[in-house]
Write a new protein. Structure first.
Length: 367
């Protein structure tokens, strides 16, 4: 996809006329219209030029896609719903400078845009551009008071226990290999019972109820996992198979949850790791332990005595004002209207990072 930075078009006359007629003194003007009127072209295309080539199929304006993504999150819309709003909502057409008959785009464009933004480390660019625009309008200045708080973010993965995690890691690796190297899978992985065991996802509803049988199933998952990893790392296997994320997740899960030993007869024995206080080999700390083969960064964590979640933690900083100013509705000098509290920094970590560990990092970002 190529991109040639161009200024945003002004709102189409017929769209602007309809907006004026609908919201003339009777209703509160919607957020998309206020954003365009007060901030204009807040996300210029040039700011995202590094994520797009100069040759190839022309693509949608990245600046306008950034605004669409913001409006999408405000209304908690899916990609399909956001694409529909671009095509049918007059307020969105006004904000984006689209004509009344503009058909919009396919919903997949939003996912591709986010992928490019992440790949080129431009996640913070929209916030930077917004803060710069607010500075120009006198709503934000250096110094002053700020506060930071954290909240939990639940990962979009299914919560699984240790047995389910083992089975799902094997299944995810098998599926990734079947897609990436189907010929290799047919030649190398003719293992009886695998098709039946990994046809469906590992699920507690299909787990045996007996603890003994669960332990037996866990050992089977471990044996299958070791066999799969050894096949991938065999000299005759393509080396690039080792770099598939699902294969690496399986390898890490085996290290974290299993040990291999030999019995008195010299036979290999595979068993699950147990806590040190139970006389076992020990499990890795929670900050390192995989929680899902589909999101390698999500972690289990607790906050206080009641909150337990699997996911991330987001630290949000915002400007704040003394209580006396807030009650009086004035700024710190007492001469003007108190400005709004504004988000100035967002930092995301895995769920296990303590809030205190982020203080210095956040101060550096704010500086």
């Amino acid at each position: 996809m190529s991109m040639q930075p161009v200024p945003w078009p002004e709102p189409a006359p017929e769209v602007a006329a309809a907006i004026r007629a609908i919201y003339r003194g009777k209703r509160q003007v919607p957020l998309p219209v206020r954003v365009r009127d007060e901030l204009g072209e807040v996300f210029a295309d040039e700011a995202f030029a590094g994520a797009f080539g100069k040759e190839g199929r022309p693509g949608w304006s990245p600046g306008r896609l950034a605004l669409i993504t913001v409006l999408q999150r405000v209304d908690n819309l899916t990609d399909r719903q956001a694409a529909e709003a671009v095509a049918t909502d007059l307020t969105w057409k006004y904000a984006l400078g689209l004509s009344l008959d503009d058909p919009g785009f396919d919903a997949s464009v939003l996912s591709e845009f986010r992928s490019r933004v992440i790949a080129h480390e431009l996640e913070e660019k929209p916030l930077d551009l917004l803060l710069a625009a607010l500075q120009e309008r006198g709503l934000l200045a250096a110094g002053g008071r700020q506060r930071t708080d954290s909240t939990h973010v639940v990962s979009a993965v299914r919560d699984v226990n240790r047995v389910e995690l083992a089975g799902e890691c094997v299944r995810a690796a098998l599926e990734a290999l079947a897609v990436a190297a189907p010929g290799w899978v047919r030649q190398v992985l003719e293992v009886p019972g695998w098709a039946g065991r990994y046809e469906l996802r590992a699920d507690s509803w299909r787990m045996p109820t007996s603890k003994t049988k669960q332990e037996e199933l866990a050992r089977v998952y471990g044996a299958d996992g070791y066999a799969l990893v050894e096949a991938v790392y065999a000299p005759f296997s393509p080396t690039w198979l080792r770099h598939l994320p699902a294969v690496d997740a399986l390898r890490v899960m085996l290290i974290q949850h299993y040990v291999r030993t030999t019995d008195r007869r010299g036979r290999q024995v595979i068993k699950r790791r147990q806590d040190l206080n139970q006389g076992g080999e020990g499990l890795p700390p929670g900050r390192y332990r995989l929680a899902s083969p589909y999101d390698l960064d999500t972690r289990w964590a607790a906050k206080g005595s009641e909150l337990l979640w699997n996911g991330y933690k987001v630290h949000i900083s915002e400007t704040c004002h003394p209580a006396a100013d807030a009650q009086a509705g004035t700024d710190s000098t007492g001469t003007g209207t108190r400005p709004p509290n504004l988000i100035t920094n967002v930092a995301t970590t895995d769920a296990t990072v303590p809030d205190t560990a982020m203080t210095e990092v956040i101060h550096q970002h704010l500086a």
